[in-house]
Design a protein around this ligand. Structure first.
Ligand code: PCD
Ligand SMILES: [Cu+]
Length: 806
């Protein structure tokens, strides 16, 4: 053997491939302020657009007078629905099969709705001109409560649909009703519940909140009148889908549209949807012949772009006396606001909420979801929860706690008793999913041991005694959660968005000197794709990750893909990357065999090279093979070394985890302190442990915010009460808890490298853990359930209602 050859392990380490805690390559730019965000873009002659927004939640528009605004120096154009109507762009399709007004057409349906679009030479002129536009509104009765919206005499919100009894997802039974979605076996479930030993029942509300990324939504539209090409730089989580939809609704040929997502300052689901600002900026650029920028301010973003959650989940769960769960029943009233603009795969109007049987082996279940219109902003995006999975996990993890109370059982034990066992995978759930793999008992036991569960319970009991004896005013709550996520949408056969199948893609080009560029159909918003996708490739093709450029987000260069949300990049584009890498390797193998003068089958892969079987000293490195691919005529082979893969996953992946929160609550002030937060995640094969840890910190912090105070609340006349960061809770370093992360590894059996998603998991798992901790603290005093967010006032109120204030 060649003495100069470093050992296998050393060569593998040099690649910084799978499993390496490689530092994020994008951060050199980001931490030095060298990011390139939409608002950094300045094109020659660029104009600025901004909206007149409705102050009312429901009103008829009697007239709009823009004369004064148009006369103002620096104002170039004002668009209203009347201007867009001839182009048929005053309404647009939503991702959920509904339609939405681009600019108010006759009436407004939520506070902050776009009424007119002002285009001016700079942002400040646009803002001043907005003030000069006179809109004559006639107020209409407002409906903010989704239950009252269904009353027979409730005001008609969507006059455009008034006599339509069929919606995008089946029959509508009321003028404010959108759809009913049913899953599971109703009769069997009701029969089980009807004769069960124990039935626990609860209404679990997951309040309306907002992803609130650091960077708001925006775009710069630029129509080149000479060559007819429309270029739109924007904060898009799915650039290719935007291109196709833009082509379909504008009639511009798809090759004449170029969508570019530059750096994105956090997406979290907020940047999946299509917003009126995009359409207006495009139309304004076509009308004025120069680029038009539209970027939201913070209030616009909180008030008008897609919200998340707002699910009223009525649940019933049954069990035997000794705690074996026998059935689950759930009815959801889903408040969709004024238009159904949910971002879910077409066949799933309530996303993957039917994962609500969670981590448990529940023999029968039934679920019905009713979508309802109200006078609130449209949306219904994930916010780090892959299509309503957070709602589902919160629901089942609350129901488990409620059942434990009813049974007088320890909630950890109840979970252990009902987990799907390792030998049951692949597991078919009662509501229709096939869980790919899992080992819940191992993860759960590891978590309970790590936090010292038994001694925590003893300490908690001691604290309770002290409280009752008047020695302390603080209680301890232990919040448990075990979640099962479902990410990686998805098989094209059942997952599409507006008819676009949810596969994803990767295209690789190896350069002659042995470095490479790979382009994907996804787009990072901070997740670190430039770092991790290079790691997948490094392990597959033996080229160091540092020598591989990852590029995403430009539809003129990237292969078609459905984008990044629902933690789908790793399960889908990550799989495409591995598969494309394998194609490269297969060709490299033929080149190696030729150069080594042996048969193709007589060379074998060895970390970064092909070597002759049984003669490892005879080898060709990937670097040598790349050079040969371009510089040597090889009989029977085309020159070059490139590959592309479009990957349609056979199934979703099912990451899971065990989260435990130890919290102290002050009974008199309602304040809390997170003493400990333990998060165990199993996302299958781990690409980059450091990035995973960062994802868990970020997601758990968002979960903390949601559980402990963050919400978009409306008053009874539809005013948004938290449309500024003064009122909307975004945790700073000061409030953010300290996290302990841990993991187990249960690879996905169908993913080429066994990886599952992880980005969303920490939100899915942490919200129930935080909330259950609050509930657990008050369990000895009879608290069964209380709605989130658990801000100081609400916790104080729980204590007061339980008579703990003396
Ligand atoms: N196993 C594994 C998995 C994963 N990973 C990593 O981690 C990350 C993530 O991943 P995923 O899970 O696959 O995911 P994606 O697709 O990429 O992403 C998405 C997500 O992501 C998260 N995270 C984050 N981060 C940041 N920084 N930013 C942002 O924005 C964000 N967002 C959020 C969200 S919300 Mo939705 O949209 O709601 O649906 S969905 C979501 C990346 O980097 C990757 O590679 C690793 O390493 N390993
Ligand atoms: Cu989500």
């Amino acid at each position: 053997m060649n003495d100069m050859t470093p050992p296998k392990a050393e060569r593998a380490a040099a690649l910084k491939g799978l499993g390496s805690a490689r530092k994020r390559v994008e951060d050199a730019r980001f931490t030095q302020g060298k990011g390139n965000y939409v608002d950094d873009l300045k094109l020659p002659g660029m104009l600025f657009g901004d909206f007149v927004r409705s102050p009312y939640a429901h009103a008829r528009i009697k007239s709009i007078n823009a004369d004064k605004a148009k006369a103002m120096p620096g104002v170039v154009a004002v668009l209203t629905a009347a201007d867009l109507a001839p182009l048929k762009l005053h309404w647009m399709p939503t991702l959920a099969g509904d339609v939405q007004m681009v600019l108010a057409d006759g009436k407004v349906l939520f506070q902050g709705q776009e009424v007119a679009f002002v285009v001016a030479q700079d942002r400040y002129i646009a803002a001043d001109a907005i003030e000069l536009i006179e809109v004559d509104y006639e107020e209409l009765p407002v409906v903010v409560d989704p239950f009252k919206a269904q009353a027979p005499d409730a005001p008609v919100l969507r006059e455009d649909l008034e006599c339509k009894t069929e919606g995008a997802h089946g029959p509508r039974r009321h003028h404010n009703h959108i759809f009913t979605w049913e899953q599971g076996d109703k009769e069997a479930t009701e029969a089980v519940l009807g004769s069960a030993d124990v039935v626990a029942e609860e209404m679990v509300y997951y309040h309306r909140t907002h992803p609130c990324p650091l960077e708001t939504c925006g775009c710069v539209a630029s129509m080149d009148a000479v060559n007819g090409k429309l270029t739109v730089h924007g904060t898009f989580q799915a650039p290719h889908a935007v291109r196709t939809v833009a082509s379909l609704i504008s009639g511009i040929a798809e090759h004449n549209i170029r969508i570019i997502s530059p750096d994105i300052g956090g997406g979290f689901g907020n940047k999946v949807g299509v917003y009126p600002g995009y359409i207006c900026a495009i139309v304004a650029s076509i009308v004025t012949g120069v680029p038009v920028k539209w970027v939201e301010d913070r209030m616009d973003n909180l008030m008008a772009t897609a919200f998340a959650r707002d699910y009223w989940m009525q649940g019933r769960i049954s069990a035997t006396r000794d705690g074996k769960i026998t059935g689950l029943w759930c009815h959801v009233t889903a408040d969709h606001g004024a238009f159904d603009a949910c971002a879910d795969p077409t066949k799933f109007p309530a996303g993957f909420f039917n994962i609500c049987t969670g981590s448990y082996d529940i023999p029968v279940a039934y679920l019905a979801v009713d979508g309802v219109y109200t006078n609130k902003a449209p949306g219904g995006v994930a916010y780090r929860c892959s299509f309503r999975v957070t709602e589902a996990a919160y629901f089942i993890e609350r129901m488990i706690e409620v059942l434990a109370i009813k049974l007088g059982m320890d909630a950890a034990e109840l979970r252990t008793k009902n987990f799907i066992r390792k030998d049951q995978f692949p597991y078919h759930s009662a509501l229709g999913w096939e869980y790919d793999s899992g080992d819940y008992h191992t993860a759960w036991d590891k978590a309970l041991n790590a936090v010292g569960y038994d001694s925590l319970r003893k300490e908690q009991a001691q604290r309770l005694d002290d409280f009752k004896a008047g020695r302390t005013r603080k209680l301890i709550g232990i919040g448990l959660a075990h979640f099962t996520e479902i990410v990686g949408a998805g098989p094209v056969k059942n997952c599409d968005i507006l008819g676009l199948g949810m596969f994803d893609s990767c295209e690789i080009r190896i350069h002659p000197t042995g470095s490479a560029i790979a382009r994907l159909g996804t787009i990072s918003q901070g997740q670190g794709h430039a770092t991790t996708f290079a790691q997948i490739l490094a392990s597959e093709i033996g080229i160091p990750a540092d020598d591989i450029t990852i590029e995403e987000g430009d539809t003129d260069t990237a292969p078609y893909g459905l984008g990044t949300y629902g933690s789908r990049s790793t399960p889908v584009a990550g799989a495409a990357t591995a598969m494309a890498g394998r194609k490269i390797r297969a060709k490299a193998q033929m080149i190696a065999a030729y150069l080594l003068e042996v048969h193709d089958d007589d060379v074998e892969w060895d970390v970064d090279r092909f070597a002759v079987k049984g003669a490892p000293e005879r080898f060709k490195t990937m670097k040598e093979l790349a050079f040969a691919a371009y510089n040597q005529a090889i009989p029977g082979l085309e020159p070059g070394l490139e590959a592309v893969s479009y990957y349609d996953p056979p199934n979703m992946t099912y990451p899971f985890g065990a989260y435990i929160c130890v919290m102290e609550v002050d009974v008199d002030t309602g304040e809390h302190e997170i003493r400990q937060f333990y998060a165990l995640d199993d996302c299958g094969t781990r690409i980059n442990p450091m990035i995973i840890e960062g994802q868990v910190h970020g997601g758990a912090t968002e979960g903390y915010a949601i559980a402990m105070g963050q919400e978009i609340a409306y008053d009874e006349i539809g005013n948004v009460k938290n449309a500024t960061l003064m009122d909307f809770f975004l945790p700073t370093a000061w409030e953010t808890p300290h996290y302990t992360t841990d993991h187990t590894v249960t690879p996905s059996p169908h993913h080429p490298i066994g990886a599952k998603g992880v980005g969303e998991s920490p939100n899915v798992g942490s919200v129930p853990a935080f909330s259950n901790a609050v509930h657990d603290a008050f369990r000895p005093f009879g608290l069964v359930h209380s709605h989130m967010p658990h801000d100081h006032w609400r916790i104080w109120r729980i204590a007061r209602d339980l008579g703990l204030h003396g």
